[in-house]
Design a protein around this ligand. Sequence first.
Ligand SMILES: [Zn+2]
Length: 117
Amino acid sequence: MRLEEIYSNYDKIVQSGDLPYLKCRNCNYAFFYIRHICPKCGSKNLEVVKSSGVGKVFSWTKIFRKNETFIYGIVELEEGFRIYCNFADDVKIGDKVKIKISISDNKYHIIGSKLQI
Ligand SMILES: [Zn+2]
């Protein structure tokens, strides 16, 4: 798949309110950041897939900037890949979260919210 196709398919999934990721058709490796070559096996046989957006908090930290506090960290998704995000709530390692992604000002905004169980 060419890089332009990857970007286009990626954006289509984001526009519909879902979280996209890339999956290698050769070795099944799943990853989030846009690349046109699998980082594990080097294959260009990739597909853009829609994630459930559900995962667990892998790590988190609080960032204090002026009068604001941000909670930032890494989530491990059900499909096996990890992404960085801002958290909307206080979280602990292992908490189940749902990731929402949107585009504004040509940037991806990735927000994790705690799932109530
Ligand atoms: Zn691969």
